[in-house]
Design a protein around this ligand. Structure first.
Ligand SMILES: *[C@@H]1O[C@H](CO)[C@@H](O)[C@H](O)[C@H]1NC(C)=O
Ligand SMILES: *[C@@H]1O[C@H](CO)[C@@H](O)[C@H](O)[C@H]1NC(C)=O
Ligand SMILES: *[C@@H]1O[C@H](CO)[C@@H](O)[C@H](O)[C@H]1NC(C)=O
Ligand SMILES: *[C@@H]1O[C@H](CO)[C@@H](O)[C@H](O)[C@H]1NC(C)=O
Ligand SMILES: *[C@@H]1O[C@H](CO)[C@@H](O)[C@H](O)[C@H]1NC(C)=O
Ligand SMILES: *[C@@H]1O[C@H](CO)[C@@H](O)[C@H](O)[C@H]1NC(C)=O
Ligand SMILES: *[C@@H]1O[C@H](CO)[C@@H](O)[C@H](O)[C@H]1NC(C)=O
Ligand SMILES: *[C@@H]1O[C@H](CO)[C@@H](O)[C@H](O)[C@H]1NC(C)=O
Ligand SMILES: *[C@@H]1O[C@H](CO)[C@@H](O)[C@H](O)[C@H]1NC(C)=O
Ligand SMILES: *[C@@H]1O[C@H](CO)[C@@H](O)[C@H](O)[C@H]1NC(C)=O
Ligand SMILES: *[C@@H]1O[C@H](CO)[C@@H](O)[C@H](O)[C@H]1NC(C)=O
Ligand SMILES: *[C@@H]1O[C@H](CO)[C@@H](O)[C@H](O)[C@H]1NC(C)=O
Length: 681
């Protein structure tokens, strides 16, 4: 038998059109997978890595997407992903590619047959139950370009690498179920480790779900070693519905197990029906917090995952339509800024939500929802600094959800009531929670961030319910920023105070001090909103006088310095963004105008770096993508704004060596390699 397999090699595609990675399954911290392009844009016989989806941190393969197309009449097949048998297979052309905030859309050609495969990761701002489903769709339609009739069959399988990282000796169990409306495979570890951290940031307590709808007689299925399942399809064009029940370890017995579906699309002369599959990776419980083991939010409505998966699959058309509407609204809004910005929104939106687990306590109350965010190499949990960077996106999507992310942080009070400042995070190594006593070094950073975030969430949502909690329980507001602490410790970053950005080197940093001043102003507004007029006035007066001292020290030579001690220093004063967005009116027009003009001279006229502006001249060439973007949001100068955005976009689309990082947060300003210091995925 002769058959032609097409692989998704990217050699023929213009590099600029491609982001360094294509998101595939991105719906929860542990359900996070991409196809890395980068240097893999060149054809290669590397069978282990070539364009297989990988988990965000672990470079190992997660083969969610072995999708095959077979044309029976001409007897040839196309494989869309996967390196297996690559040497036997000629490389193929990818015809088109598009990214939207919820979809990655790939179109390939198999002779006269054209297949479009879409990976849809819904964003559901109106429904948290749907948002908290760790499920995504993969769908495929096919059209024929020569006007003749062709018999077309599709094949797809998933492998077990979703369930375990390094330990291929892990025992697996699996099952297949034929329900009324869907067929599904489930796979799980026989000996899971609940809620533990794994160094490749994979969960060792997941269930893998792979489902196909059961609406006609055209679906066949199989489980077993990969060579057997895939050969069965390429030989016959359908599967034999045989289930391997020899439960075994990941790497035992003649090929790793895969779980497959095939779909017969019939004889096609124009466009086929769409074949739809759903993939899910569930964990329950998700994370231990205080005295409870928190569960996924969707369990408030669905106690049974199969039922949730069934709703998800049968809701495909509606979900897809909602996703397209949301995509259009986000992209149109972003295009008002620029096409480059729309590209960044398209790649960043699902990544932001894909970093979140929405949870409920076991004794669930509707108001007990909390969100946990895990990003960066050490899986820091709800890092205040990262929330500060992602808040604009969250506030745009659903202001209530933004509040859910702050709730678990309201704990310093109970854990360390003696502290006068907010914590930095809930520890590292999600899904464990290991809150460390926060260092006072970062107290202005974390307290300033928290006060700004708390006020931003209340102001944008119009819901002040939680403010009283913060006034009552948030020690920092009252103490660190109030009576007990000399105000110039904030304004001038008292000895030892530093910013997370500078890894401990940013003593007396103007952006940090401004953040502190804005925090005091927010505390004043919080106090006012809960009826504490005296406090409101006191904090407001403090903010005014702190601002005046700050301006004297920080605003020199027509721009804001970065380090007070160095008149030639400068940086991206990204704290200005929240002054502007929340109409805090702390910083005056003169400073804004001068800073914009200065940025233009430095960033538009003088900057020659390729991938962004170093955020602080005192630290060399490190670029922070979030601070570039937030600074772009705070300038009135469109040349400055566009330059900042274009350069970050250039990094995301650079033809460089791709690492585990999809949207690197910090990197060298000219560097095409993945040298990010704080990966934001
Ligand atoms: C496809 O190949 C098989 C095996 O070689 C052969 O039996 C069959 O007739 C071929 N079908 C067509 C339509 O060429
Ligand atoms: C991408 O980078 C690779 C490796 O550096 C290089 O061989 C290839 O020509 C580049 N592709 C494009 C389109 O620039
Ligand atoms: C935002 O999320 C909350 C909580 O899930 C929900 O009640 C609210 O309806 C959502 N907002 C919008 C505008 O849909
Ligand atoms: C797949 O469906 C989309 C939307 O329905 C359509 O625009 C596209 O042309 C179709 N592609 C193919 C290959 O049939
Ligand atoms: C396996 O699937 C069968 C139906 O095919 C179902 O009755 C059974 O409960 C499943 N077992 C587990 C452990 O999920
Ligand atoms: C599936 O096949 C059976 C008989 O083989 C037939 O009765 C049934 O109507 C078919 N269902 C569909 C949806 O085509
Ligand atoms: C599969 O289903 C499509 C419609 O969904 C139908 O046109 C086609 O004939 C079916 N193929 C087989 C082999 O039943
Ligand atoms: C599809 O076309 C082939 C001939 O090319 C024919 O043998 C087969 O019966 C057709 N299948 C259906 C479901 O119409
Ligand atoms: C949460 O809701 C329950 C019942 O709906 C109520 O008794 C409780 O006071 C609420 N807690 C908070 C913190 O709002
Ligand atoms: C937080 O601290 C304040 C005193 O600073 C105290 O009155 C309040 O009860 C504490 N809140 C909690 C939840 O322990
Ligand atoms: C920036 O633009 C906004 C809106 O056009 C305007 O209200 C504001 O005064 C401008 N600020 C400066 C410093 O020019
Ligand atoms: C970055 O590249 C530009 C042009 O290629 C060069 O002029 C500049 O010196 C480089 N900057 C650094 C920091 O390497």
């Amino acid at each position: 038998m002769s058959w032609l397999v097409l692989c998704l090699f990217f050699s023929v595609v213009v590099a600029q059109r491609w982001p360094t990675s294509i998101p595939i399954a991105v719906r929860a911290p542990h359900f996070n997978s991409y196809i890395p392009l980068g240097a893999h844009q060149i054809p290669t016989n590397d069978q282990t890595h070539t364009n297989w989806p990988i988990h965000w941190k672990d470079e190992r393969v997660r083969c969610v997407g072995t999708v095959g197309v077979k044309r029976l009449d001409g007897n040839y097949s196309a494989k869309l992903f996967g390196g297996v048998n690559v040497e036997e297979i000629p490389a193929a052309t990818l015809k088109e590619f598009a990214l939207t905030p919820t979809r990655s859309i790939l179109t390939v050609e198999v002779g006269p047959v054209e297949a479009t495969v879409t990976f849809l990761n819904p964003i559901e701002p109106n429904d948290l139950v749907l948002q908290s489903f760790p499920f995504m769709y993969m769908y495929c339609n096919v059209s024929v370009t020569d006007g003749r009739e062709h018999s077309v069959r599709l094949y797809t399988d998933v492998c077990v690498e979703w369930l375990s990282s390094a330990d291929a000796a892990q025992q697996l169990t699996w099952n297949f179920t034929k329900a009324e409306s869907m067929l599904y495979h489930t796979v799980w570890l026989s000996n899971p480790s609940p809620m533990s951290y794994d160094e490749s940031a994979m969960a060792e307590d997941s269930f893998l779900w792979f489902a196909s709808s059961n609406t006609n007689n055209n679906t066949t299925y199989k489980s077993g070693a990969w060579p057997i399942c895939r050969k069965r399809f390429t030989d016959y064009g359908y599967l034999d519905n045989a289930l391997d029940t020899d439960y075994r370890a990941v790497d035992e017995g003649g090929g790793w197990p895969v779980y497959a579906f095939a779909q017969d699309l019939g004889n096609i002369s124009s466009t086929s029906d769409t074949a739809v599959w759903a993939l899910g990776l569930t964990r329950d419980p998700l994370v231990p917090f205080k005295t409870s083991k928190r569960k996924p939010h969707y369990t408030t409505k669905y106690t049974n995952v199969a039922q949730a998966m069934s709703e998800f699959l049968s809701g495909f058309e509606d979900t897809k339509n909602r996703a397209i509407a949301l995509d259009n609204s986000l992209i149109n809004a972003a295009r008002n800024v620029s096409n480059e910005y729309a590209d960044l929104v398209s790649i960043g939106a699902r990544l932001t939500l894909g970093a979140l687990d929405f949870t409920t306590a076991q004794d669930e109350h509707e108001n007990d929802t909390m969100a946990f965010m895990a990003v960066s190499d050490d899986s820091r949990v709800n890092a205040v600094h990262t929330i500060f960077a992602s808040f604009p996106a969250l506030l745009r999507l659903n202001t209530t959800w933004a509040g859910y992310l702050l709730r678990p942080l309201d704990i310093g009070n109970t854990t360390w009531p003696e502290l006068e400042y907010a914590g930095l995070d809930l520890g590292t190594l999600y899904p464990t929670i290991s809150i460390q006593k926060p260092s006072s070094q970062y107290s202005i950073e974390s307290t300033g961030d928290m006060l700004i975030l708390v006020w931003a969430q209340a102001r944008v949502s119009g819901d002040a319910t939680y403010l009283s909690n913060y006034v009552r329980t948030f020690p920092s507001g009252r103490r660190a920023h109030g009576n007990n602490t000399p105000s110039n410790s904030i304004t001038f970053s008292r000895n030892g105070q530093t910013t997370f950005d500078l890894d401990g080197n940013g003593i007396r940093n103007a952006n940090l001090a401004l953040k502190g001043v804005l925090g005091v102003k927010c505390m004043s507004l919080i106090a006012g909103a809960v009826g504490l007029q005296n406090d409101q006035k006191q904090y407001s007066d403090s903010a005014d006088s702190m601002y005046n001292s700050w301006k004297q020290q920080a605003f020199q030579g027509g721009h804001i310095l970065s380090a007070y001690s160095s008149p030639s220093s400068w940086g991206l004063i990204y704290s200005l963004f929240y002054d502007k967005m929340l109409h805090l009116d702390v910083v005056n027009e003169e400073v804004y105008n001068a800073q914009d003009a200065f940025y233009e001279s430095q960033i538009v006229d003088n900057n020659v770096a390729t991938f962004g502006v170093a955020f602080d001249s005192t630290v060399g060439t490190d670029v922070s993508a979030p601070w570039n973007m937030i600074t772009a949001g705070a300038t009135n100068n469109t040349k400055v704004r566009d330059r900042l955005i274009t350069q970050v976009r250039a990094k995301m689309y650079a033809n460089g060596t791709s690492g585990a990082s999809v949207f690197p947060a910090m990197y060298g300003s000219n560097s095409t390699v993945s040298d990010d210091k704080h990966s934001a995925r």
